[in-house]
Design a protein around this ligand. Sequence first.
Ligand code: NAD
Length: 289
Amino acid sequence: MTVKLEPGSVIAVIGSGAMGAGIAQVAAAAGHTVKVYDTRPDAITIALAGIGTIYSRLADKGRMTHAEADAARARLHGVSSLADVADAALVVEAIVEDLDVKRGLFAELEGIVAEDAILASNTSSISITAIGAKLRRPGRLVGMHFFNPVPLMQLVEVISGVATDAAVAQAVYDTAASWGKSPVHAKSTPGFIVNRVARPFYAEGWRLLQEQAADAPTIDAVLREAGGFRMGPFELMDLIGHDVNYSVTRSVFDAYYGDPRFAPSVLQQELVNAGYLGRKSGRGLYPYG
Ligand code: NAD
């Protein structure tokens, strides 16, 4: 079986938060018509306005022409109903990190899109096998895991679940490469590659904080300035969003039968309880705005 996405084919992005907006920005700049859907209409408005501003800034800096910026902006469409993505060749889901909600969305999408459309999840940690298991055709479900911020981060993990069709994974890999990304194939294991390896980075940060070894700015500064990391664990979690990061930790912890190495932090749970989600809510470990 050969699956190929044509260069100008329609891409649907479901969920227009931090990740969905970035994916839509990159896909439209790469020449696709992009349809963006979110259950919160204001999230679509904010995302499209934000992307438009970024295109203008890129044009001002000479990184794209003003004509290219206008054309990319014109290829982006907010839609008010899932039924409006019926002509998508690829649907990339970037909604809340919850297995049941993602399964429900894909079940609905299966009744809307064409038989040969590819369904991709940007999940950080949930089993691709599990997300696809309830579909009529689980072979068309694949992980397309971008990193934050999407326009700047090169890596895309293309995740195959047990039932994922190899040709579907390859088509998504080729699509990511055509968008200027550096994709890598991986199997659906808890946390995949990056989020598995990165768990101790966050977990040890929280343990240091709990033991009052140093405060968050000091730990961040040490890892950034002496450790060679681009960001320390707390500033990075503020960027990712504590709700997202906490869900990922829980999901990896559960998948490994409660292995204490992956234990979530009660401090982070309290931040989530307080709604201190990081940059996106104006406050996390640090204040913003
Ligand atoms: P976010 O909270 O910024 O945005 C999620 C958006 O999805 C919101 O606008 C919300 O209204 C919308 N939404 C929720 N349920 C929906 C539904 N049923 N249908 C349509 N829209 C719905 O979250 P995010 O940070 O963009 O993360 C989205 C996904 O990407 C999650 O699965 C997350 O694990 C994954 N991810 C996040 C990061 C990161 O650094 N934040 C990195 C890689 C992957």
